[in-house]
Ligand binder design. Structure first.
Ligand code: ZN
Ligand code: FE
Ligand code: FE
Ligand code: ZN
Length: 270
């Protein structure tokens, strides 16, 4: 089984292509399953420039229906979404997605204390002294909360703060890793999966998310695993999945998880 569960569409305002384009690409790349997981609308008053609007669900749902028609008999198409973890605003987010028949929900942390830390056009959040340690520790604390919140089926890009190559200083690594371990334990206990997100390999950090050490921790806890390209353009679908599978196996994973109507099953990796 090869399923790509993390893909975006032009609806979010910073990606290209329609679900049919992603499905066509997935078929070309020999995948057996593709999930579309565009960014959900944000709660009110949080920047809406790069997210779909609540009124656009109808398009999104219709596009998925078209994509399923195209995939019929060739590839399974899953209806997913990527939501942002905003402490204190999750009830609103849950309301925004409540009426959609999603197969799975990816939960991601892109904000710390209301500030985005992975915007390539503004990295100023990273420059004050001590910032990387503070951001990494706060990030993993939010990960623990997200993992136990019941908001998500899959945690997106588990160690995203490394995207531009900023890492905790050696004295903070143990603290970060302790929280990361706790987040993975909580996720595993709650049936929340992680993903190998291959987009990290094409970022400045040149590593997939999560790093090998976190994958090993997750495997020890028996956490579920999915693959995702985080494609923002159709040609990126399934990127470096052979490398991802090899890495998963070397870290102790034996299965991948698939989702249908929020129910999960595990399929052998080999
Ligand atoms: Zn995006
Ligand atoms: Fe994300
Ligand atoms: Fe994404
Ligand atoms: Zn993402």
């Amino acid at each position: 089984m090869r399923a790509d569960y993390h893909t975006h569409t032009m609806l979010c305002g910073h990606a290209e292509g329609l679900p049919v384009d992603y499905v066509a690409s997935a078929i070309r790349h020999g995948l057996s399953e593709i999930g579309i997981s565009d960014h959900a609308p944000y709660p009110e008053n949080i920047d809406t420039e790069v997210r779909m609007a609540p009124a656009q669900w109808t398009h999104y749902r219709q596009w998925i229906a078209q994509a399923r028609e195209l995939g019929e008999g060739r590839i399974a198409v899953r209806y997913g979404v990527e939501i942002d973890w905003f402490p204190g605003r999750m009830q609103e987010t849950e309301q925004l997605i409540a009426d959609e028949p999603f197969d799975y929900v990816i939960g991601s942390v892109h904000y710390i204390n209301g500030e985005v830390f992975d915007n390539p056009y503004d990295l100023s959040i990273w420059t004050p002294s001590g910032a990387p340690d503070r951001i990494w520790i706060a990030y993993m604390e939010e990960m623990c909360r997200l993992a136990g919140s019941g908001c998500a089926n899959i945690i997106g890009h588990f160690d995203l703060p490394k995207k531009f190559g900023y890492f905790p200083t050696p004295k903070a690594v143990a603290e970060v890793d302790e929280r990361a371990r706790e987040a993975l334990r909580i996720a595993a206990e709650n049936g929340v999966c992680i993903e190998i997100n291959t987009s990290g390999w094409s970022r400045a950090v040149k590593e997939c998310y999560p790093a090998e050490k976190y994958l090993r921790m997750g495997a020890e806890f028996g956490i579920g695993l999915v693959l995702g390209s985080d494609a923002h353009t159709p040609s990126q679908v399934g990127a470096r999945f052979d490398d991802a599978v090899a890495l998963a196996q070397s870290c102790g994973f034996t299965h991948l998880t698939r989702f249908e109507e929020r129910r999960q099953t595990r399929i052998p990796l080999a």
